[in-house]
Design a protein around this ligand. Structure first.
Ligand code: MG
Length: 179
């Protein structure tokens, strides 16, 4: 069995500032102090450096999910988070994040081995596995996180049982559709 790994979106996979930089002045003024409520802001954000490659790599060695919170006051963020994941990690069954997006205000309720998250909010501080605090001196970037995690992957898991592999044969793609 592969270990379960959760990865946050905002400021972990997603560069939030890149979306803020693209706001109009009018939006910036109107939504000051609640910028995460600007309609469509999430769709304007770019990935954090190295995040997409890291996700592909880690998804081969871990049972990997995205675990993110979407603002209660911004319904479009719920849609745009899904669309962001589909755009950057693929929309089809062969993609590493296919049907693996969890939006929650209660991250501690998800059981698993690791959570990579830049924050402690919405239950991240009560996650029962190991919290890997992203953007800290210990884990400043995705290279560091990936190296740390791969050393702790379950190396006994059979490659043929992986839910995702970049080089998965066509036969297993059909199996993935049943998930
Ligand atoms: Mg975050």
């Amino acid at each position: 069995m592969k270990k379960i790994l959760y990865i946050d979106l905002d400021n972990t996979l997603v560069n939030v500032q890149s979306g803020i930089d693209r706001l109009t002045n009018a939006e910036y003024i109107r939504y000051e102090k609640r910028l995460d409520e600007v309609p469509g802001i999430f769709a304007r954000m770019e990935p954090i450096s190295g995040a997409i490659d890291a996700f592909h790599t880690l998804a081969q060695s871990f049972d990997t999910y995205i675990l993110s919170m979407a603002p209660w006051g911004n319904a479009s963020a719920w849609q745009h988070k899904l669309e962001w994941v589909q755009e950057h990690l693929g929309v089809d069954a062969g993609g590493p994040a296919y049907k693996r997006l969890i939006l929650s205000h209660h991250k501690h309720l998800n059981r698993g081995d690791f959570l990579v998250d830049d924050g402690l909010a919405v239950g991240a501080d009560r996650f029962e596995g190991e919290l890997i605090k992203f953007l800290t001196p210990l884990f400043p970037d995705w290279n560091t996180v990936t190296r740390y995690l791969l050393e702790r992957a379950d190396n006994n898991s059979s490659p043929t049982s992986e839910p995702y592999s970049r080089h998965r044969p066509a036969l297993q793609r059909g199996a993935a559709l049943q998930r």
